[in-house]
Design a protein around this ligand. Structure first.
Ligand code: HEC
Length: 178
């Protein structure tokens, strides 16, 4: 009897979107990952001044993006399909025009490392922050909603940004995931 009651409580808890059992569970479930207390977001900071970077949990909307949200590791690095997609996005978003077709540098700096203008760009978390939110020195924010403030749909998704980074890393000397 007690068991049945407990199951019912659990069921209603789930329907009410409250966590059933241990609230520290790390099974992240989509947009509610943060509010459910599971899979906490790593502390993203801007490249401009290191202040907390505002980004909504629901923008991490693929399994790979979710993994990145909670670990800061980019699961697409070394994945041939994602690297190929990243290459196309690098062209589509005009990264090529400033950073060169192989990301070795043109008007903008080379992105292949191991030395970076912003040393944190040697990590995938750091490079993500730079691409998403931009810099003070000529690199515009490319993240969704930031690239063109008049059009919230404009800009890279988190998943696309991770694929671009995977492509950049395929030319570089580091995976960024160490
Ligand atoms: C209009 C030219 C321009 C475009 C387009 C552009 N960038 Fe940049 N990018 C720059 C400049 C200039 C810098 C150097 C910024 C600074 O010193 O603050 C930079 C810096 C960077 C850095 C930091 C490099 C380091 O050494 O730390 C990364 C990463 C980067 N860009 C990635 C990208 C990606 C990915 C795209 C496409 C989505 C892109 N950029 C599009 C001009 C551009």
């Amino acid at each position: 009897m007690n068991k049945i009651n407990f199951s019912l409580v659990c069921l209603f808890s789930i329907l009410g979107l409250a966590a059933c059992g241990d609230s520290g569970s790390d099974k992240a479930t989509g947009a509610t990952a943060e509010s459910a207390g599971g899979g906490e977001m790593v502390a993203f900071v801007t490249t401009q001044d290191g202040s907390p970077m505002p980004i909504k949990a629901e923008l991490f909307d693929t399994p790979q993006a979710k993994e990145f949200m909670t670990t800061g590791k980019n699961p697409y690095v070394g994945n041939a399909e994602a690297v190929e997609k990243g290459k196309k996005l690098f062209q589509l978003y005009s990264c090529t025009q400033c950073h060169g077709p192989d990301a070795k540098g043109q008007v903008g700096p080379g992105l292949t490392g191991p030395d970076y203008r912003y040393p944190k760009d040697a990590t995938n978390k750091g490079m993500f922050e730079t691409i998403w939110h931009g810099t003070n020195g000529g690199m515009g924010a490319k993240g969704k909603g930031l690239m063109d403030p008049s059009d919230p749909a404009n800009g890279l998704s988190v998943d696309e940004t991770l694929k671009i980074i995977a492509w950049v890393r395929s030319h570089g000397s580091t995976t960024g995931n160490e």
